[in-house]
Design a protein around this ligand. Structure first.
Ligand code: ARG
Length: 415
């Protein structure tokens, strides 16, 4: 009996060619596995294409709910943004795909799994590290990393083997899409000085053409998880979809990022992530009301660690589990509602409220009702400034070029 391999199949050029190529090169039966993570596609066509090209079996798994529950929402609670910009849509989907690939391989008695990543990107790292962690005995085949074909040669291979070439093969761009966002690279985008052409954007209206009237949206959170839009309860998948639509219509969520890949390359990437941008912004605004100053400062460091480990393919590590436990604990009181104004490419937080808010009007107000004891400020400042005063007296007063020595203003020249 021929051994089997489970291939993560997108329906695109590379993974279609991979079905034939694996058969020729490794003499394995290919089972195509397509995972629906919210990339709007006609999955029955994708499935049929895999069979037409030569897969012995083709399966589609709906991974949307798992993706939201175990990957997107924990990343949102962590405010995970790689290098402060990229909400990690592609990066978050890889460990889930690896898990489903491995599960399918076990169920099918396959000896190997395969994916369509090249040898230059982060995705190969995420797949391989995750697969090795989950099932070290499975062989990993990465055709696009092994075959050393250029894009033209790949198209030529497809033509010679009667593999239908998707119209998207005409496009110079490499795309990846899921619920949390769309990643766009290659083509003219490789010139970091070139403004991205409007044609690459399919999720967002150009801000200039966005509606002339602002739109308001209220997002309700329960322990850091978004659960309502404008007061209506809604499941996670639908909530993200609805916000992608709404914020995208107002031109929100375009990101132009020169990022540092794990393999050492700087690359220019464009992202569209309307829901992610709005949700992270709203979530941070609610945290500002419900976490203490020290919790907020510490959480920023945790966020950065989380983003890095997601980007770097370390999802299935104990560090991720440990950080996730901290993040989850930090969300105990992150419950409430945030109101945002969406207008011509920008979303702004214009209101927030929480039953567990640490904001106290009695302490903050300059009007009547002030509960803050201003007389206590004097003693507080006396002690707070003690080390500065001491240092000034002992070391700094009269020190040339010291921190206290600002030269006097130049005299106006007399004419
Ligand atoms: N640079 C992003 C990342 O590493 C996006 C990768 C997009 N992948 C793709 N196959 N087009 O997460």
């Amino acid at each position: 009996m021929t051994d089997k391999v489970v291939l993560a199949y997108s329906g695109g050029l590379d993974t279609s060619v991979a079905i034939k190529w694996i058969r020729e090169k490794y003499n394995l039966d290919v089972i195509a596995l397509t995972i629906d993570v919210g990339n709007e596609r006609d999955f029955s066509t994708v499935r049929q294409k895999a069979l037409d090209v030569g897969a012995i079996k083709a399966e589609v798994i709906d991974g949307k709910e798992l993706f939201v529950k175990y990957f997107i929402f924990p990343a949102l609670q962590a405010n995970a943004l790689y290098e402060g910009q990229y909400p990690l849509a592609t990066a978050l989907s890889r460990p889930l795909m690896a898990k489903l690939l491995v599960d399918t391989a076990v169920a099918e008695g396959a000896t190997a799994v395969a994916h369509g990543c090249t040898g230059k990107g982060n995705d190969q790292v995420r797949f391989d590290v995750a697969i090795n962690a989950l099932a070290p005995s499975l062989k990993i085949i990465a055709p696009a990393r092994e075959w050393r074909m250029t894009r033209e040669e790949t198209i030529d291979y497809a033509q010679r083997h009667n593999i239908p070439i998707p119209i998207t093969a005409d496009s110079p761009y490499s795309l990846d899409e899921n619920l949390w966002g769309k990643s766009i690279e290659c083509g003219v985008l490789e010139d970091p000085w070139a403004e991205p052409p409007e044609e690459i954007y399919t999720w967002t209206t150009s801000p200039g053409n966005a509606p002339d009237k602002p739109e308001y949206v209220e997002i309700g959170f329960d322990k850091g998880i978004p659960v309502t839009i404008n007061g209506q309860e809604i499941d996670g998948v639908s909530l993200i979809r609805q916000l992608n639509e709404l914020a995208g219509k107002h031109g929100i969520g375009r990101i132009d990022h020169v990022e540092n890949r794990l393999v050492g390359i700087k690359s220019r990437e464009i992202y569209e992530a309307p829901a992610a941008v709005v949700l992270i912004q709203a979530h941070q605004a609610l945290e500002a009301m419900t976490l203490s100053k020290d919790q907020l400062r510490f959480k920023q460091k945790v966020s950065q660690e989380c983003a890095d480990l997601i980007y770097n393919g370390l999802w299935f590590s104990s560090l991720n589990r440990d950080l996730a436990a901290y993040v989850l604990s930090s969300q105990r009181y992150v419950t409430g509602t945030v109101r945002l104004r969406l207008f011509k490419g920008n979303s702004s937080v214009v209101g927030r409220k929480s039953p567990k808010s640490l904001y106290s009007l009695g302490l903050a107000t300059y009007d009547k009702g002030d509960e803050f004891d201003q007389s206590a400020a004097e003693g507080f400042i006396h002690l707070w400034g003690l080390p500065v005063r001491t240092q000034a007296q002992v070391q700094l007063i009269g020190e040339p070029d010291g921190p206290l020595s600002i030269p006097p203003p130049k005299q106006a020249e007399e004419d």
